[in-house]
Design a binder for this molecule. Structure first.
Ligand code: UD1
Ligand code: MG
Length: 448
């Protein structure tokens, strides 16, 4: 890799009309993260000296999303073409010396490796002024066609589909839109662009012919897939998931039905983890070695300790922290709560704002009543405590270690360690009452 500085320019001024959305197209999430941030994360691994996002409509949304990453915003008030869009980055790039990598905000899955290959080609011995990333789609459709000198990677020109003749349209090598160019000549080339073409736009692609020294490298079609509609968004999501599922398996996890497991961009999965069908990971989940996530579970912002089991049909919400060998069973929801080593919360339970000690057993239907409509309160269940089924623990409340709460209790006061707490109506029994009742009713019905 060259030691020249790199600047990244991301084009994102397109309106994204076909998304039919109030959210800017490049902010639609893939694997729980805005697509633009996937792209910037990959680009950041090249340690660019600066990053500029060119945006127009919806600028404020984009600015808010990229500001934390230190990217600059350039505004293209009117969409006059891809060449015009790059020109808008001129001011943001003033004083920059080095290579400029041009990306599309709506082509989010380009790998850092590919970006590096483009820069490396730009700095090869023959030193082209421009490197274009080409690909061969199944359907060449309306993509720009790459006209290459016979038997070389020398790119003569790019012809937009609308401007192409029949011979040019027959070319299968297409323009992904992505380009690397020498900063020293890029803006001079852009200044020479005209808009005398079928679209009346300033085409970035024309810098190829103007430079007289361009090269092409090829990418996989999936990697340069763009998002213009919700359908394409789903296709790109699917492609991302396929790669992630394969990686999870390569790293030693068992996915019984991989096509039904949905990861987030930052999911961390250990070895010997089993993930059953139809599991969804929201952002912020870590699953340690040897854990099992049973079918139909939904996890977000949660940590699952080694050997722990979750589900089927469990919901782990942000702040759920399961220690080693903890068990969280069916129809259980855990939020902002730690479940101690080996503790069991197996059936039909809500645990929120709580701490469940090691080895504790929380019976079926137990609810931590953590909210009074205004504030949230904590429940602490000591190690080895046993909470009988269908108990309501009204927080703030603490159940001591080793204590037993009788089934059906509504616990409003702290329970000392090793005590039994009974907080329910006492059982009464009236011998023969049921029979007397039935006999009386039958007699009354007959008398009518
Ligand atoms: C462009 C390429 C074409 C290529 C195709 C790949 C040109 C002239 N053509 O065509 O060769 O095959 O991409 O998808 O470059 N944008 C702006 N401002 C503008 C226009 C576009 O920011 O004024 C941004 C869009 O938001 C988008 C990208 O540039 O991210 C491409 O724009 P689009 O209109 O899709 O270009 P195409 O005509 O499809
Ligand atoms: Mg397009």
């Amino acid at each position: 890799m060259s030691s020249r500085n790199i600047a990244v320019v991301v084009l994102a001024a397109g309106k994204g009309t076909r998304m039919k959305s109030d959210l800017h197209k490049v902010l639609h999430p893939i694997a729980g993260r805005p697509m633009l941030l996937h792209l910037l994360a990959a680009a950041d691994t090249l340690s660019p000296e600066r990053t500029v996002v060119v945006t127009g409509a919806g600028r404020a949304q984009v600015e808010a999303a990229v500001a934390p990453r230190g990217a600059r915003i350039a505004v293209q008030a009117e969409q006059l073409g891809t060449g015009h869009a790059v020109m808008q980055a001129r001011e943001a790039l003033s004083g920059f010396e080095g290579d400029v990598l041009i990306l599309y905000g709506d082509v989010p899955l380009v790998r850092a490796e590919t970006m590096r290959a483009m820069i490396a080609r730009l700095n090869a011995a023959d030193a082209p002024a421009v490197v274009v990333l080409g690909f061969r789609p199944a359907e060449a459709g309306a993509y720009g066609r790459l006209i290459v000198a016979d038997g070389s990677d020398r790119l003569e020109k790019i012809v937009e589909f609308k401007d192409a003749d029949a011979r040019e349209r027959a070319v299968t090598l297409c323009n992904s839109g992505l380009m690397a160019a020498r900063g020293e000549s890029l803006f001079d080339l852009l200044a020479r662009l005209g808009n005398d073409n079928a679209s009346g736009e300033y085409y970035l692609t024309d810098v190829v012919e103007l430079s007289g020294a361009a090269a092409v490298i090829e990418a996989d079609a999936g990697e340069v897939a763009g998002v213009n509609s919700r359908g394409e968004l789903a296709a790109v999501e699917q492609a991302w998931q396929q790669v992630r599922r394969a990686r999870a398996m390569a790293d030693g996890a068992t996915l019984i039905a991989p096509e039904t497991v949905w990861f987030a961009h930052d999911t961390t999965i250990g070895r010997d983890v089993t993930i059953e069908p139809n599991v969804v990971f929201g952002p912020g989940v870590t699953v340690a070695d040897g854990a099992t996530i049973h079918a139909f579970s939904h996890l977000e912002g949660a940590t699952v300790g080694s050997g722990a089991t979750v589900g089927p049909y469990a919901r782990l919400r942000p702040g759920a922290d399961l220690s080693e060998n903890a068990r969280v069973g069916n129809f259980v929801e855990i939020k902002k709560a730690t479940i101690g080593v080996g503790a069991k919360v197996n059936h039909l339970t809500y645990i929120g704002d709580a701490e469940v000690g090691a080895g504790a057993n929380v019976g079926a239907g137990t609810i931590t009543c953590n909210y009074d409509g205004y504030f949230k309160y904590r429940t602490v269940i000591g190690a080895g405590a046993f909470i009988g089924s269908n108990s309501a623990l009204v927080a703030p409340v603490a159940i001591g270690a080793g204590a037993i709460v009788a089934a059906g209790s509504v616990v409003t006061r702290d329970v000392a360690a090793d005590s039994l707490a009974l907080a329910r109506g006492r059982q009464e029994e009236r011998g023969g009452w049921a029979k007397r009742f039935r006999d009386a009713m039958i007699a009354r019905k007959k008398g009518k």
